[in-house]
Design a protein around this ligand. Structure first.
Ligand SMILES: NC(=O)N[C@@H](CC(=O)O)C(=O)O
Ligand SMILES: [Zn+2]
Length: 429
């Protein structure tokens, strides 16, 4: 018995056209795509013309597990991912303890096997405890399943340390993934440095705190030949540096978050820490530079930087509350509504490529397409269904989003990962 998706519209990633199709899933594969597949004894999901696209892949998620389970667990975080249409996510090592040894890589894989609703690929830390002082055992971490190295949450302050890390990652064939932040420039800043921070009297984080690290690491990537991936790019000059580096033939890729594509620091009033994130929301000029970079291929993919915190933590004063937004459950509807439907800056095809195909290609992962014989990682979205974003309904433990109350269309109705239903709002029989 297979899973039969009846009367869907399959997005053709080559042409952008939608074709009326049935899709049959058997085992972990798509065994058939056809115009009228016999229901036979299959479990049938009536899709009513909803759109079938490849499962989304998010290369930047904070699962908070182990050690910070009051914010999120592998179980709740992957359920949130499945509800958002994601079938693969990469988790960040800034947990407690930091994911800096092979046992913790195995903990992530084992716990995902037991309680997960999507695939989880762990990143390992570059330095022990993310303290920036000594490198982790990168060989052993690769052996235990690390997909790349990052000290996300903090920047690696020493260029010499970064160079050594890159040399070893290059020898192992794994990427270095950077949280670009020069702490001598970001200091105690809690929002973007600019007109708004001055008006509010809050300490700012200048855009150059990000771009000087992107420039340093791009040049070190040229020297070492490693694949450098830039996390959550937010600043116009950082986008320019990545464009310049790509033009020079440096192996560099970049991601941008939904919030940096949709929001600016103008939304911050200094009272609500649900607007506090790192890197900070920047200016309209930066937002437009991120959009332009996404469109011209400078920025390869979209990643949510899903960063759950407790309500108590986010009720603290703006200056002392932790940085971060949840994002898994709202990423697709927000981007579809704002950039595809309203602004018409992206097509559905382009958005899906940035959320599924590109991460698969850049990180050499299975998935990213829907094809006969291919892996059954897919999501069905209802492009007409409109809902108001209500954090109380999230599968994530985190409620911290600045998008509460926004209207959005394009909600996932069915997610299938490795041939298994991981999220379902259809009436299956
Ligand atoms: N993005 C954030 O604002 N916060 C992240 C850390 C990070 O991704 O830098 C977190 O772990 O909370
Ligand atoms: Zn980060």
């Amino acid at each position: 018995m297979g899973i039969l998706l009846k009367n869907g519209r399959l997005l053709d990633l080559e042409t952008g056209e939608l074709h009326s199709r049935d899709v049959l899933v058997e085992g972990d594969r798509i065994s058939r795509i056809g115009e009228d597949i016999d229901p036979a004894s299959h479990q049938v999901h009536e899709l009513n013309g909803n759109v079938i696209v490849p499962g989304f892949i998010d290369m930047h998620v904070h699962l908070r597990d182990p050690g910070l389970e009051y914010k999120e667990t592998i179980e709740t975080g992957t359920r949130s991912a499945a509800a958002g249409g994601f079938t693969t996510i990469a988790c960040m090592p800034n947990t407690k303890p930091i994911l800096d040894n092979p046992e913790l890589m195995r903990y992530i894989y084992d716990t995902t096997n037991k309680t997960g609703s999507c695939k989880v690929l762990p990143y390992a830390a570059i330095t022990r405890g993310e303290r920036g002082e000594e490198l982790t055992d990168m060989e052993a971490l690769k052996e235990a399943g690390a997909v790349g190295f990052t000290d996300d949450g903090v920047g690696v302050q020493s260029g010499g340390m970064m160079r050594s890390a890159m040399e070893r990652a290059k020898a192992l064939g794994l990427p270095i993934v950077i949280h670009a932040e020069d702490e001598s420039l970001s200091g105690k800043g809690c929002m973007n440095e600019g007109d708004v921070s001055k008006r509010l009297g809050l300490p700012g984080i200048p855009g150059v705190a990000e771009s000087v690290h992107v420039a340093r690491d791009a040049l070190l990537a040229e020297l070492t030949g490693v694949h450098l991936h830039v996390c959550h790019i937010s600043d116009a000059s950082a986008v320019d540096v990545v464009r310049w580096a790509k033009g020079r033939g440096i192996r560099i890729t970049a991601e941008v978050t939904p919030h940096h594509l949709l929001l600016t620091d103008e939304g911050i009033d200094g009272t609500d820490a649900n607007w506090k994130v790192n890197p900070p929301l920047r200016t309209e000029k930066d937002r437009l530079a991120c959009l332009e970079g996404l469109l011209d291929g400078t920025i390869d993919m979209i990643a949510t930087d899903h960063a759950p915190h407790s309500e108590e933590e986010k009720r603290r004063a703006f200056q002392v509350a932790p940085f971060g937004f949840v994002g898994l459950e709202t990423a697709f509807p927000l981007l579809y509504t704002e950039l595809v439907e309203k602004a018409k800056l992206l097509t559905l095809q382009q958005l899906v490529k940035k959320m599924a195909t590109a991460p698969a290609e850049v990180f050499n992962l299975p998935g990213g397409t829907v094809a006969e014989g291919g892996l059954a990682d897919l999501v069905v979205v209802n492009l007409e269904e409109e809902r108001v974003i209500d954090p109380a309904t999230f599968a994530s433990k985190g409620r911290n989003t600045p998008f509460a109350g926004w209207r959005a269309k394009g909600w996932p109705v069915l997610t299938i990962c490795d041939g298994k239903v991981t999220f379902d709002r259809t009436n299956s029989k």
